[in-house]
Design a protein around this ligand. Sequence first.
Ligand code: GLC
Length: 713
Amino acid sequence: MDVEQLLQRMTLRQKLAQMTQLHPYLFDESKVDELTGPNSDLKLSEDDLYLCGSLLNTFWAETRLNLQQKHMERDPNAIPMLFMQDVIHGHRTIYPIPLGMAATFNPQLLQDCAEMAAKEAAASGIDVCFSPMADLCRDARWGRIAESFGEDPYLNEQMTAATVKGYQAENRTAACVKHYAAYGAAEAGRDYNTVDMSLRTLHEYYLKGYEAAVKAGAKMVMSSFNTLNGIPAAGNRYLMNDVLRNKNSFNGCVVTDYNAVREMIAHGFAENEKECAYHAISCNNDMEMMSSTYLRFGEELVKEGRLSVAQIDECVRRILTLKQELGLFESPNRHTDAKLADELFYCKEHLDICQAAAEESCVLLKNNGILPLQKGGKTIAVVGPFAKSKALIGTWAMAADESQTHTLLDGLQKTSPADRFTFAEGCTMQLGEEDVSGVPLALSAAEQADLIIVALGEAQWDSGEGASRTKLRLSPAQKTLLTQLKKTGKPIVGVIFAGRPLVLTDVIDDFDALLYAWHPGTMGGDAIARLLYGEVCPSGVCPVSFARDEGQFPLYYNHYTTGRPCHGDNDPNAYSSRYKDCSNTPLFPFGYGLSYTQFAVEGFTLSSETMQKGGSITATARVKNVGTVAGKAALQWYVRDRFGSCVRPVLELKGFEKIALAPGEEKSVSFTLTEETLAFYHDDLSLFAEAGDFDLYCGLSSVDTISLPFRLV
Ligand code: GLC
């Protein structure tokens, strides 16, 4: 297909339709009132519908085949539609939420999971996945932290790039990195709220995840709902043109978020839909998702000379080029294959990778030695609203069959058939449903048991988009259940399911051991059971800081010292940067996670104490498993730049490596630091490293490190 020739043939209206992305329910005859009902304000004719360039969230192969056929019968240019879907952590077979995958510190595992998802998506007729979400998040009040890779820019870069590679392997699907930009910095953690920050902070921390995705070859970007420094992202010329298109040289397609173009009116940025269209097209948002301002006002704007045909052509050229790259012109339905999709859904290979991911994502936060459990001869009360629940697949798993989820109780019975398990739900799961009528039964089960496994946490629908919270503790009903269980005096192993780092300060002492499972996906129950019985050793580490109190947010490890740093909770200086009612420190720090074995980091040396301009130094160390069981260590490399013309963080993650070691085994590791990795954005947005004194840290969390000094000269 010659894109330029096709462009020449298209009318302006056909071009504007190509830039319009709609929801399939508008094509559902049973919902024809959608055109006149709640979506009547789209003011689209039936012809318009069948001219549009792309659809979102069609889910299944049959839907795509049906709608593509209807479209191709009516599109005079025979331009196949593009189909996009929220494939966030799996399509039908679900792996852990992105925050849980971040806890694996294993980009390759995430890439393999994304490739698995792409196979299911492609067979289901999906061309583009609306993922990875690269929104850095330092505030767990924001419900979409669940979809993020946490608080660290370097970890974010590695995981977004891995996701892109997985989705785009063998051109199965295209990745659409989102939400551009800095949507995760919503003030007070309230979804869709204002984002306002210095350009230096934007570039130094928040843009790096998107840039890594673009560098990894992401074919699409989605602009975000939020304002950035007073201007809605979709209408933000600095962000969309100067940075994304020019600085990052991104020449792929940009799609807006859902109705975000029209929301410029609610923002008070555009007075009407015509102005919305003007700003969004001027900012090179090639596709308008679920609003119709381009179609209804584009021609008028061109006639008035406020937009040019050349501008429209640039957007449409990018769309047609994407369709060409994906092979749509040769094969309008690409990899769509309903039979193959059914064979792939929940197949053993896909379940196995989801189980491996769930096993590596769980973080062992506490263990007094009760774990791993020994098999056989015990009565174990499995209590709590998550104990037998299949609602473990997390937010944004819309295509999943929840009935396929392996529950914790299932997993325990399968893993240790020689133990006797009793079950009692105890209380309700969801915020606001504070029913504790099941507590007496739970206590009865507990009294008759040798130990308790209590499964608590945050309901998956209390997490994700629109799910901002001001209180991040267990629900009152769950707290009541736990308090009552504690009074039995029985040993308690806790498993917490959540889409964010909950505030555990007032419950942590009630557990003898605590495994944090995030929302672990289809195979969560089996994975957790194997971890509890030591068939696999916990190796997840915190991708976010766990706050002691909601009042600490925003909370992140790579903070600045301030001019009055607080030197620990016993610092006598009342006039240091601290709270009167809470420690500055997190309850559990970034990079922290326990194992059933112990690792020693020895022989840490640097190739030189001096790094020349343009040069590098290499650190080496040995990691040894000094315990009695096999395990994986998440070795982390941090840098401290002691002085800078902009103040520098107390610590910055610059590298990590997951190392599997048998008992007694040791492995030499090396890490090469270059001047480039020491560069930072200056006040004028120039990017370079400054000569001076640094420290390189090596360790198994952001607080468990050894360090060596070096100088950049
Ligand atoms: C939603 C989300 C975005 C998603 C899109 C399509 O509102 O913000 O992440 O991809 O709409 O469902």
